[in-house]
Write a protein that binds this ligand. Structure first.
Ligand SMILES: [Zn+2]
Length: 249
């Protein structure tokens, strides 16, 4: 699966980077990444990963475009209200880069379908807006042994972390949110420019992870305060009694 002349041109600014090169670009082309949720976070993730030449992207979402999405979801346009997000997101990526194979799942991920949908990918990016889905995705990621980038934005706060086994997302948030579906940005609000920034940061983390650039990012939570314009990172600790990753070594 060598890179064509067109691809060498397309990715020239990657390939000239010593940390990426032709070998790194090839790794991006061979990568299979799944993004859960095609909303504000995905609107930062998909343009970046589509452009970067990720070989296979799976997009999961069961929503249709609503007027209130447009403030933070530049994947969608004002004349697309009511259309399925996965179809539009796939078309967007396809137009940006025809080398990307896009697979869509117009379904809500849950405990019954998570393993089947997520298996076979090299990396999961979660950009959903509720804890119940996030925990379902995280539990599946640990079971399947697939690294998970969890990205969230609410009000002026952004959070992004890479989880690889232990600690897992559940160690971080605990079990209390399994059934909690109400704490979403619909109620609390979110600045539109923040979701794109957080999504783009998640895409950067994904490219680092696939190519193998810089120190390992796993187990650190990156926090963006959009009101003070500051980033900080904290180390996450594993919960020894975590019912998902606690028993594994
Ligand atoms: Zn855990």
């Amino acid at each position: 699966m060598a890179l064509s002349d067109e691809e060498l041109d397309r990715y020239a600014r990657h390939i000239v980077l010593p940390q990426v090169g032709g070998a790194g670009q090839q790794r991006l082309k061979e990568a299979r990444i799944v993004i859960v949720g095609a909303g504000g976070i995905a609107s930062g993730v998909l343009p970046a990963l589509g452009g970067a030449g990720i070989g296979h992207l799976t997009i999961i979402d069961n929503d249709r475009v609503e007027l209130s999405n447009l403030q933070r979801q530049p994947l969608y346009e004002s004349d697309q209200l009511g259309e399925r997000k996965v179809d539009l997101a796939a078309r967007f990526v396809g137009k940006r880069n025809p080398h990307v194979e896009v697979h869509t799942v117009a379904d809500r991920i849950d405990g019954d379908n998570a393993d089947a949908i997520l298996s076979g990918h090299d990396l999961i990016i979660d950009g959903t807006d509720n804890f119940a889905t996030r925990l379902t995705v995280s539990d599946a990621a640990v079971r399947l042994g697939i690294p998970l980038i969890s990205a969230a934005a609410q009000q002026f706060q952004g959070q992004v972390a890479l989880f690889r086994g232990k600690p897992c997302y559940r160690c971080f948030v605990g079990d209390a949110f399994d059934a909690d579906d109400c704490d979403t940005c619909a109620e609390l609000g979110v600045l539109g420019a923040l979701t794109g920034t957080v999504g783009n940061f998640a895409a950067l983390m994904a490219v680092r992870e696939i190519v193998g650039i810089g120190p390992d990012a796993a187990g650190r939570l990156h926090l963006l305060d959009g009101s003070s314009l500051s980033w900080r990172a904290i180390r996450l600790t594993a919960d020894p009694s975590c019912r998902i990753c606690g028993a594994s070594s």
